[in-house]
Structure formats: C-alpha cells, structure tokens
Design a protein around this ligand. Structure first.
Ligand SMILES: Cc1ncc(COP(=O)(O)O)c(C=O)c1O
Length: 420
C-alpha cells in the first residue's frame, strides 16, 4: 500500500481519501515526497476540489492591515495631506535606508519609474538597451518611450538574463544593460557589471520584483544608475493600487528624477525641464509605511513557503523547482514568485485548476521577443522552450501551511496521474 494512503487522513479528513485507481503505476514519485494527496476523485474519475487556493488573494492585501489602513485614511484625510507630503518623505527615506540607497524617489508606478530613470540617466535617442526576454512588456515600453530600442536576449536556468547572451547582443549602438531582478532573485550582477565596464555601458535595473533580494550582501535596485521598484498590489510590498519608486545613487540624476515626476517644477511653479505627473500618492505612501513595518516578516513567510514546497516537491522527475532558500550563499531570494518548470505544463495547470489551485503563466506566457507587432524580430528558441514549461504556484503571506500542503499535494497528484 503506498504510504500516502496511510497518511491521507492526517488532517482528519477520512472522507477525503483520494480514490485513485490501483492500475496507475506510481513509480515516478519518490516515496518521501508521497505525502497527503488532497483532492478527491468520484467514481467517474472526476476531481472534487477539497479547497480553493487562488493564485493571489487580492482582498487579503487589505484584510491583513485593515484597521491600520482605515486609521491612515482618516489621518491623511483629516490632514488633507494628499500630494507630496510627510508620509511620502518618510516612506522614501525608509526604503532608501533599508536597501542602502542614497536616494529613493516615489513615483506612480514602476513602469513610469523606469522610463524616467532612462530619461534622467541620459539615454540617447535610438540607442539600444539589452533586456531579458523574460520580463514584463513594461521594461521594453519604458525604454521605448524614453527614446531607446529594447533588445531582448535569452535567460539562464535561473530564468534571469544570461550574461553570455548579453555579450553576444552588444553592438556599437548598445548604451545600457537593463537586467530584470525577476521573481525576487538577483541576476548575476558581477558578470553584468564586468561586461558593462568592458564595453562602457550603463546599467539600469528593472527591480519591480526585486525589493529585498540580495546579491553578495547588496540589495537589488542599488547596482544601476536608476532602478525601479513596483508596489503593485501583488508585489512583495504591494499597496492598494499602483505605486513605484526609483532608487539612485547619483545626486544629479536624483534631482532630475524629482523634477521629471512633478512637471519639471522647481520652486513655486517655476519650471526647469519638461516633466510628467508621476507622483506616488501620499495616501499610498501612508499605507506602504504600515506594510513596510512588517516587510521582514513578509519575506520570511515567503521563504518558509518556498522551503515547504521544496521539501514536498523535491526529486520529482521532470519537475524543476526554483533554487531553495539559502541554497546559494551569494544570494538572498525573497520569492516574489515561485516559478517551476514542467514538460506537460498545460496539463499540470489544468489538473491544478480542477483541484481548485490557481496558477499563472507569467506574462500570460509571452516572452518579449514574441511581440512581433511591436517590431521584435529576435529568434530565441531556448527561451521559447522554457516558456512552454514555466508555471507559477501560489506564494504570498496569506497562505496557511495547509494551503501550501494542498497545493504541493495537488501537484504530486496531478503529476502522478500524468505519468501513471
Ligand atoms: C518585471 C516587472 N517590470 C515592470 C513591472 C511594472 O510595474 P508597475 O505595474 O508598477 O508599473 C512589473 C509589474 O508587474 C514587473 O513585474
């Protein structure tokens, strides 16, 4: 009798013991990984979900700090402190201090932040910027609207921009490298900075998913000239709407960024440069100040969940997991996302959906180079192959251990059915 049948009543769910036909061979899943298989199957083989675990729980962002948010709303409203007020200043200094950045400038979202960053750093019109093909279209559009030409290249097994692919893409028009610190992981920054130095290129980071992650003790967002952070609700520090910031070390660039985000205005409406309205709302900053007090705890919980997935899903043939927390002494990963690889990805995703588990293909499954309507012509077959296998499992602080176990057990159950 397989071990999981003996264990399957662990949560007192005698009625939930999966009824799996005996003819299915289960040699694929190592015994130590065969834990509770949660979902039921009725006599016709139809799956009956035991619970629902959505990919992301948006109301939970509010629920987690509801009372404090209400108090902040009343406080900001009572003070009439809506635009560029003390809560924003406080937030900017806290983030800057936390990551060790000279400047942090709040903006309306990371996409604007990156565009303004390229403008403030002096991107020449028509210059090329090398980006990962595994990033949001926002990285490319920020460069496009700042007047540059984004050039997508492939990624390594860590899903991050591949320094060798960057080297191969450098031309005499290349002006910068824009690595995306994806999934709460930092890119191979030593190699990228060496390349930039060798070819005289700038580095600007898309750190929209990078807050809190570290490379050799240095925080994502502190390597490049102007680097964006996102506070979109599903982000590791996600507010009740859009929000972003730019991190910069250079005083002049920071000054230009402050002008660019606020119509180019200096004192009392006098205007120094053409600018935008791209300010981070003071109310959002007040919410973010509340959330940021618990940031370390949020990161720890995400790492705990990743460790739990690792423990339950390790060693499954054909299933590739992200690096476990602490596995690389040079990296501190925050698990903004938990992106796995599996050959029969679509069937896995479907099976998980039947079991009530929400998953997501990042960017809807579209790498940047696939956007031919935007003019991209690169041929990146390895990335296409990777994109046919990638899937993100739920990971956020609202998940209980039981939720995580249910997701992991559902993955095991679906894979068991697929290979059986
Ligand atoms: C890698 C990356 N870049 C840029 C963005 C854009 O961030 P925002 O929605 O704050 O503009 C995102 C948001 O999902 C992202 O994940």
């Amino acid at each position: 009798m397989p071990r999981r049948r003996q264990n399957s009543n662990r949560n007192g769910r005698a009625d939930r013991i999966p009824r799996l036909p005996d003819h299915r061979a289960r040699v694929s899943i190592p015994l130590h990984c065969r834990a509770l298989l949660s979902a039921n199957e009725d006599h016709s083989g139809e799956v009956i979900p035991v619970k629902k675990v959505p990919f992301f729980d948006y109301p939970a962002v509010y629920r987690r700090f509801a009372d404090e948010f209400q108090a902040a709303l009343a406080d900001v409203g009572t003070r009439g402190a809506y635009i560029q007020q003390s809560d924003l200043e406080e937030f900017e200094s806290k983030i800057a201090e936390y990551v060790g950045s000279r400047h942090c400038i709040g903006v309306s979202n990371a996409t604007d932040g990156l565009q303004l960053g390229f403008m403030a750093a002096g991107l020449p019109q028509g210059a090329e910027v090398i980006i990962s093909t595994h990033t949001m279209v926002a990285t490319a559009s920020a460069i496009h609207f700042a007047g540059g030409v984004p050039i997508p290249v492939g990624v390594g097994s860590d899903h991050l921009i591949d320094p060798e692919a960057v080297r191969a893409a450098i031309t005499d028009k290349t002006w910068a490298i824009c690595p995306t610190q994806l999934n709460g992981r930092t890119c191979e920054m030593d190699s990228l900075i060496e390349l930039a130095t060798e070819y005289g290129l700038e580095v600007l980071e898309d750190s929209a998913q990078g807050l809190g992650s570290q490379y050799k003790g240095r925080f994502a967002g502190t390597f490049g000239k102007a680097n964006c952070l996102s506070f979109y609700p599903a982000k590791i520090l996600g507010t009740l709407g859009d929000g972003g910031a730019i991190l910069a070390q250079d005083d002049e660039i920071a000054e230009r960024l402050r002008l660019l985000r606020d119509h180019g205005r200096i004192d009392r409406g006098d205007t120094a440069i053409w600018g935008f309205n791209s300010r981070l709302d003071n109310l959002s900053a007040a919410f973010l100040n509340i959330q940021f007090q618990h940031f370390d705890q949020t990161v720890s919980r995400r790492r705990e969940i990743a460790a739990r997935y690792q423990e339950k899903l390790c060693g499954i043939p054909g299933l590739t997991l992200p690096r476990a927390p602490g596995a690389d002494p040079d990296r501190f990963d925050t698990f903004q996302n938990y992106e796995i690889e599996y050959g029969s990805r679509d069937a896995l995703q479907e099976g998980l959906a039947e079991r009530g588990v929400g998953t997501l293909q990042q960017w809807g499954g579209w790498p940047i180079h696939s956007f031919t309507k935007l003019g991209f012509t690169q041929d990146l077959p390895d990335a296409d192959d990777l994109f046919s296998r990638m899937l993100m499992l739920p990971i956020h602080p609202g998940l209980s251990d039981e939720d995580v176990d249910y997701v992991a057990d559902s993955v095991l159950q679906v894979i068991d059915g697929l290979v059986g």
